[in-house]
Design a protein around this ligand. Sequence first.
Ligand SMILES: Nc1ncnc2c1ncn2[C@@H]1O[C@H](COP(=O)(O)OP(=O)(O)OP(=O)(O)O)[C@@H](O)[C@H]1O
Length: 691
Amino acid sequence: MPKVPRKNFYAVRSGREGPKIYASWDECRGVTHGFSGASFKGFYSRREAEQWLGPLVPVPDIPHDVWHPFRPDGPGTSRKARYRNRNPVERSPYARPVKLEPAQSEIPEAFAHSLWDSMLPKAETESDTLVTPANNSTLPVFRSSSPDNLSGQSEDDTPPEPAIELSPEQQEVLDAVKAGRSIFFTGSAGTGKSVLLRAIIKWCRDGDRELAVTASTGIAAVNIGGSTLHSWAGIGLGKETAERLVWKILGSDKYDERREQEKQGKPFAYDDYDPDNHDDPLALLASRYSKRRVVQRWRHVSTLIIDEISMIDGKLFDKLEFIARVLRKNNQPFGGIQLIVSGDFCQLPPVPDHENGAPVPSTFAFDARTWNLCLGNIMCLKKVFRQKEQEFVDMLNAMRFGKLLPETIEAFKKLSRRVTYTDNIEPTDLFSTREEVDNANQWRLHRLKTDVHVYAARDTPGYDRNYNEVKPDVMEKLLDRLVAQKSITLKEGAQVMLIKNLVQGSLVNGTIGKVVKFLTTSEAQQLGIKIGVPDNESSSNKPAIHSWKIGRHFGMHQPQDETTRRERELLSKPGLYPVVWFNQGSIHGGPIEVLCVPNDFEVNTADGRVEARREQVPLILAWALSIHKSQGQTLERVRVDLGSIFEKGQAYVALSRATSMDTLEVRNFDPAKVIAHQRVLEWTRTHTDLI
Ligand SMILES: Nc1ncnc2c1ncn2[C@@H]1O[C@H](COP(=O)(O)OP(=O)(O)OP(=O)(O)O)[C@@H](O)[C@H]1O
């Protein structure tokens, strides 16, 4: 008899917990059985379930100004009620027992002892107490039921990306991820690491993984729609010892108390801590002081993404590895979490720490004691997409490893000539300090004698991972990570850079253009000028807002009505917006004029929830840009003055933004500024396949 496929997803339109998708019939039954008016249906894939559920989720019809678009409820709702309305899976671990997989709950006694031992100072030298998994089959296996449609219309949180087919080597990495392997993938600048990472994130989210998306810095995190690693891990600055960090997460008062008992000769048993057992007075004590949500997310996550690993210190990597094992009660490397780590160690290094005012040399993540244990699989992307000329690719590669031959130095020096363009768009100057960037841009803006138009952002707080509304000062700090500015002054003739993919992927983030006039949306429509929409679903020339992720993460969807309401709202905005003329970078070729209306920019938690949102025109002044902000960008026309470079890897990051030697100007080329980090060179020598 043919086998009938099992339905894995149950969408509930009306049940005790509101509209929601469940992964088992038992859960679905639990919220619908005996519930008057219950409505539910089983599906073979999550996508089908979402489609069935999506349009019917009610959203209050409250004017935009008084309703936070990404808030799960309206204003005036009590915090308690908001908390109650949320997805119960995301409530405190104490609301519902946290189930550990058998392999995680059964921690051998020897491990409990070795764990406590390892928390004593001498443990610094006891790296071999770790247990390596016998094979990768013990790692979790994905439960995705979705097709691997990477080029289709995206419903996820990542910015709309023009359809890109993964290369065979990128696909190989994705396959390794699908097989549940922990991997570190690297490659020189422009080999498509970010493109691949977005494909991985999409794949994981289409499935049902507990995914955390993080990066070493705020800007890098924003680029992939995640949070910083520090913030996800709940470790603050992470300066304390690993043990201290664990106890901070679990409740420092308990830690102090336990230390006191230790001094009095009372034996310590790790398993004393059981946050699920409220009959245990110690558990109650711990739960009162512990960061419950931090514990919960460490225990629930199955896949952790860390981007721009080059800026993570090796000591921090070890601390996180330790925290993972302890909090998950799982002695596999990194507590059995599947790690997906990406970056290029030849780019920016970790920011050095300071002790008593003096810098403490930082270490690289590959120097971590547990690095090899956690990331045995290193994969390298070799095909460079950003630059097409092999000669340029070779020059950049030589620079990457600080191996400049006299002829390469000569070739770079030849790039000091001035490049002129007939379309009046100048190259972007890359500087190493923010001050240089601001001065250069303001000076150029000042020289324009046209009318001034100031655009102030509309900032809205979201919710932190504890479901508290983000406070204004915290919101400010979070939004500071965005490339979109709080206020931007524009004039006719200003050179600008697009900071969002617009108009169905025909204009990409990083495209440089010039402001040619200012119009209202209706004037632009009458003149047939395209309106810059980030949406991937609008086929007409109308602004629309891409799906609001908070809705999705609270089990709600952006209803059609809401999208049209936002469209209407934008179209009826009385203000004047900049019309920008773009020549380069238009994928469909040819110049294009676009009315740049405000777009949404978001700062997310690692699980994709919106913490803060900024509505701003998707432009920044682009006569000059900082090297730090240019990381990850592809720029058509670049001018770099290497005279102001101070950090190893900075020159490489700056020059590798360019797509072609023809459009790259290099001032003050000095081979002494092009040094690769000695430690990185030593490490790559032991990984010759990475060169
Ligand atoms: N498979 C692919 N096919 C075509 N183009 C691609 C592919 N992968 C990446 N690209 C293009 O190559 C360019 C560089 O990609 P990406 O920014 O992902 O590289 P990266 O390795 O992250 O670079 P960096 O280290 O400098 O941040 C982008 O313009 C991207 O669209």
